[in-house]
Design a protein around this ligand. Structure first.
Ligand code: MN
Length: 210
């Protein structure tokens, strides 16, 4: 990932904000990237400004350091480094349909999902169930944990990297990710989200974690 070190900048989305319509609307994508992610970037830079030792750490290393800091500092770092990593990760797992979004898993990941969950449909159902189970704000993830594919959820901006897990796929289920179009219907948002998942990117994440 680009720009892994302080100072962090809000890199542009990999596609125009309205490119995921009608599944995810342009206004949501614009606000999500230009305001929500921007705020995490500014807050992370502000936190690191007077901490030269931490400035030397990459974004994943910062996340893995949060638990070793005094409690309040650790929470600030977890929320903001996680907010930057998780959003970049989530946005890079989206692609317009014309660019292959929603094509479904292929290659080695498809085989691994079939072996682990019994099939892509079974995986999809289990992943949606996990995403719907997040109370309040958070994420659902497909991760590799001790070499095994697992579906996990995290609250707030917590990131599986902190637990030593390798993220492969994630969905942001904070209401800001879907409220303008889907109102409070998270299940409807999830159905639309599958239509713009970039499975090529998920495959790359899976192979990196081998
Ligand atoms: Mn978000």
């Amino acid at each position: 990932m680009e720009n892994e070190y302080y100072p962090f900048v809000n890199l542009p989305l990999p596609f125009p904000p309205d490119a995921l319509e009608p599944f995810i609307d342009g206004k949501t994508m614009m606000l999500h990237h230009d305001r929500h992610l921007k705020t995490y970037i500014e807050n992370l830079n502000a936190f690191l400004k007077d901490r030269p030792r931490l400035q030397k750490l990459s974004l994943p290393a910062l996340i893995q350091t949060a638990g070793h800091l005094p409690r309040e500092e650790g929470t600030t770092l977890r929320n903001n480094a996680g907010g930057v990593f998780n959003h970049r990760f989530f946005f890079h797992l989206l692609a317009p349909v014309a660019a292959g979004g929603g094509a479904g898993p292929a290659g080695q990941l498809e085989g691994a999902l079939r072996r682990r969950f019994g099939g892509v449909a079974e995986f999809t159902e289990a992943f949606e169930k996990a995403a719907l189970s997040v109370f309040g704000s958070g994420y659902a993830w497909l991760v590799k944990r001790s070499g095994r594919l697992c579906i996990v959820t995290t609250p707030n901006q917590n990131c599986p990297l902190e637990m030593g897990q390798t993220p492969i796929l994630c969905v942001d289920v904070w209401e800001h990710a879907y409220y303008l179009k889907h109102y409070n219907e998270r299940a409807a948002y999830l159905k639309d989200w599958w239509q713009v998942v970039d499975w090529g990117e998920a495959e790359r994440n899976f192979l990196l974690g081998q």
